[in-house]
Structure formats: structure tokens, C-alpha cells
Write a protein that binds this ligand. Structure first.
Ligand SMILES: [Zn+2]
Length: 238
């Protein structure tokens, strides 16, 4: 095991979290969000799809309001008020110009210091990654650059949205370079934020218990960082 340096989040005050689905932030990342909102940092979630294809036995019409409600509850538990859910198709997400435009627009509106995203690699420690997670990650990397280039998506400038540079990219669920130190309360709220996706989790009988899974992730990274609990993150300077 390598030693993980502590991520210095003192200078990061505005964080934009971009994920494909309702629930994607709740696999560990929301513990760091609970810490950051406690510290008075501004955290915004941008979901690219409404997760309508996420429950096999339930129609999209029923799933959409249900999962939005569960996500809002999860957000409340970790102190996030700014939740925006876009309408790209669940299961069919592509790293298209349309998606990059939508993400770049949000970056120029929210003006984050750091963007957080889920891992876009095909091979993950647990198996093969979902297409939407791959597309969300790749589109986000490109959109961070798009948002910073005044000559890309110039229509945004016409809407008064000037170029904006997000300095850092934090990747959740990737081979970590750093650790965000957490305390027990942050981990506890992350557990509850995942539990908020109650109907979604009910439809996945083999899913591990949030109360086992989240402390497991946080204590493994914590051990590598020399603390009790931490969120493992891969950090890039943009
Ligand atoms: Zn997902």
C-alpha cells in the first residue's frame, strides 16, 4: 500500500459535481460533500440524466419523479441545495458536443474552483464501467476546457456567460493520488445519503448495505492516508 497525501481543500471553495445518474454521488463522494458544506463551501450537483432506465421492473414515467425525490433527499442530508438534473437519455449517454455544451454552460454559470466527476475508465476494480459513467467523465474533461476557451461555444457568451477556468478535477472511484480527510459524522451522513435511494436499492437485492460499504471505502483510504476515514480521489490540475 502506498501512502496517500492529504488533499489540501482550503483553497477550494466552489465545487461542481457532475455525474450521470441519481445515486452516483452517493458511493463515497457525498461524505466529502458533507464536510465541504459544513465548512461553508458551495457545492452544486449536475446530473446528466434522470436515471429513468435504472429500475428494471418500473417504467420510466414512475421512476423519474421517484429518483428525483430520492436524490433531493440525499442532497439535503449532505447540505447540497443546488441540484440540477438534465434530460439526456439514461443508458444512452454520449460524449457529444450537445453534452459538452450543457456541461460547459453549467461551469460558466456556477464558476467552480474544482469539478468532481466519476471515473471514466472502462476497467474498474469491481468490473466493467457503465457506458454513461464513461461518457460523463470524458465529456466533463472536454467541457472543462471548453468552458475556459472564449472561442468555443460562443453562443454562451451571447448569454452573458464568460469563459471560466476550473483549476482542479477530482475523480471519484479512480486510482487515487490524494485523500480527503473525513470524520465519523461525514461518513455517517454519506451512508444516509445512499440509503435515501431506498426504492432504487430495494430493486437491487444483491447490493451491499450502505452502512458496510461506505465506511469500508472510507476506512481503506483512511488507512492509506494515516487517518481513520478519508475519501480517495485522483486529482488533476487543469
Ligand atoms: Zn451511475
Amino acid at each position: 500500500m502506498t501512502e496517500l497525501p492529504i488533499f489540501d481543500d482550503d483553497d477550494v471553495n466552489r465545487l461542481l459535481c457532475i455525474v450521470a445518474h441519481p445515486d452516483d454521488m452517493e458511493y463515497g463522494a457525498s461524505a466529502a460533500v458533507a464536510k465541504w458544506t459544513d465548512q461553508g463551501k458551495s457545492v452544486s450537483y449536475l446530473l446528466l440524466t434522470r436515471g429513468e432506465a435504472g429500475i428494471r421492473e418500473m417504467s420510466p414515467e414512475k421512476v423519474v419523479p421517484l429518483r428525483e425525490g430520492e436524490q433531493r433527499q440525499a442532497c439535503t442530508i449532505v447540505g447540497v441545495e443546488d441540484l440540477e438534473i438534465l434530460d439526456f437519455p439514461d443508458g444512452l449517454l454520449e460524449p457529444s458536443l450537445e453534452l459538452r455544451h450543457a456541461i460547459a454552460k453549467k461551469i460558466r454559470q456556477f464558476k467552480p474552483d474544482a469539478v468532481m466527476v466519476t471515473n471514466w475508465e472502462l476497467k474498474m476494480p469491481w468490473g466493467l464501467n457503465h457506458v454513461d459513467h464513461r461518457a460523463a467523465g470524458i465529456a466533463t474533461i472536454d467541457a472543462i476546457r471548453d468552458a475556459d476557451n472564449p472561442w468555443v461555444f460562443t453562443d454562451l457568451k451571447d448569454d452573458g456567460l464568460e469563459a471560466w477556468k476550473a483549476d482542479k478535477l477530482l475523480v471519484n472511484g479512480a486510482d487515487p493520488t490524494h485523500a480527503v480527510v473525513l470524520d465519523d459524522e461525514h461518513v455517517d451522513r454519506a451512508v444516509r445519503s445512499l440509503e435515501a435511494h431506498a426504492v432504487y436499492l430495494e430493486a437491487l437485492p444483491d447490493h451491499p448495505l450502505p452502512s458496510d460499504m461506505i465506511p469500508g471505502i472510507a476506512s481503506e483510504a483512511g488507512t492509506r492516508a494515516g487517518v481513520k476515514y478519508a475519501l480517495p480521489v485522483q486529482v488533476f490540475d487543469m
